[in-house]
Design a protein around this ligand. Structure first.
Ligand SMILES: C[S@@+](CC[C@H](N)C(=O)[O-])C[C@H]1O[C@@H](n2cnc3c(N)ncnc32)[C@H](O)[C@@H]1O
Length: 378
């Protein structure tokens, strides 16, 4: 299935819906977390959200896309309304005008301390600099161009400066095609940077497997992002055509563990499947049925916990703090796996199950519950 630029806005493909939900849910969470933090410190709540490739705001059938989802949520959320300052930009004048009209039609903009600003420029480093953003205000950027030409490592590096996070849509299908075509050499060089591109190309010559190639592209992209200042890079893939190969990835970049956890929870919720390694972090148009070989993910995680923490006593929160960023499992999976290990009497838990609350008959385990793992004999 190919989607031309004009067709893109004709109807919301399911993948566009998923993308819009992930981004708008994260904007809401990001703003709530940061504005709560600022309020606790007696500061006025201030968060910037910048969508540099915003589109017109809705699809041909009237379904709201990311900008409208964000502004609608802000209007109805007492924490977001005073805190969120939004900038939307599209170089296409018609799309920018359309977005302005969509916002005007929403009603309730007066509830926002900062009305959305819609701009009509070429997205670039100079454009962002020209906005004279307050360096002390936390920022979230969303970069969603059609192809990948407008997405460059210098632009990503510049939007990641300071207290800043970024979500971008990575058109893997186009990038992999361009990597094989010398005519697009300068575009891919701008995206990866010359050093990263050289090592990526070298490693690509050593495999023909599509899965390995995708892994290599993401690995090198991630290392370029880490060099640009990222601490955590989280990836959600869209496997639309044959259910195996990715067409696009939504990539989230942050220095902040709390932000990383919030996005992990959102991406886990949008995953089409749960595998034994955790939520697939993938949207698949036709999700595969679980096979006989799929094991219960809690069981697999439980085994890993028994190995990793053998002979140690440690709280649930600290287990997750130590291991959470290495796996696709979110904290509720850790809790459930530990509850199952406790039921099987494979671990010691303090306080024990009988002394912990069981709301609605469900055994609880708070973050400061201490777990003692036995020494492994095998
Ligand atoms: C994929 S669409 C954005 C969709 C939008 N994020 C949504 O959720 O509905 C990309 C948009 O970026 C705009 N665009 C493409 N290149 C651009 C550039 N260099 N600078 C600014 N806007 C650009 C296009 O006009 C198009 O509306």
């Amino acid at each position: 299935m190919t989607t031309s630029v004009e067709e893109f806005f004709d109807e919301p493909l399911e993948q566009s819906r998923v993308k819009a939900r992930i981004v708008s849910d994260y904007v809401i969470t990001f703003t709530r977390i940061l504005s709560d933090y600022q309020r606790r410190r007696g500061k006025p709540p201030k968060v910037d959200y910048l969508d540099l490739f915003s589109g017109p705001g809705s699809y041909g059938d009237g379904t709201a896309s990311t900008p409208l989802l964000v502004i609608r949520a802000a209007i109805h959320d007492a924490k977001l309304a005073p805190a969120l300052r939004t900038y939307f930009n599209d170089r296409d004048i018609e799309k920018a005008d359309c977005l302005r009209e969509e916002f005007a039609r929403l009603g309730g903009l007066d509830k926002l301390s900062h009305r959305p600003l819609v701009l009509n420029e070429e997205a670039s480093i100079e454009f962002v600099e020209g906005l004279h953003l307050d360096p002390a205000t936390p920022k979230l950027f969303f970069l969603d161009p059609f192809g990948y030409k407008a997405l460059t490592m210098p632009l990503l590096r510049s939007v990641l400066e300071g207290w800043s996070e970024c979500i971008f849509f990575f058109n893997y299908r186009r990038v992999i095609a361009a990597l094989n075509n010398p005519a697009f050499g300068s575009n891919v060089e701008r995206l990866f940077g010359s050093k990263t591109l050289a090592s990526l190309k070298l490693e690509l010559t050593q495999t023909t497997s599509p899965l390995d190639r995708e892994f290599l592209v993401l690995k090198h992209l991630t290392s370029a992002l880490v060099e640009a200042g990222a601490k955590h890079v989280m990836n959600f893939s869209f496997k639309v055509e044959d259910g195996h190969r990715s067409t696009h990835h939504l990539i989230f970049v942050t220095r902040n563990r709390k932000g990383f956890e919030a996005m992990k929870t959102i991406m886990a919720r949008e995953s089409s499947r749960i595998t034994e390694d955790g939520p697939s972090m993938t949207f698949t148009q036709q999700p595969a049925e679980p096979t006989l070989f799929d094991r219960d993910p809690h069981e697999v995680l439980g085994e890993n916990l028994m190995k990793r923490f053998q002979s140690r006593t440690i709280s649930l929160d600290n287990i997750y703090e130590e291991m959470g960023a290495e796996t696709l499992f979110t904290q509720p999976y850790f809790r459930r796996s530990l509850l199952l290990l406790e039921q099987k009497q494979e671990i010691e838990v303090d306080p024990p199950a009988t002394s912990r609350p069981s709301p609605n008959g469900r055994q609880s385990m708070s973050g400061n519950t201490m777990i003692t793992f036995p020494e492994r004999t095998t």
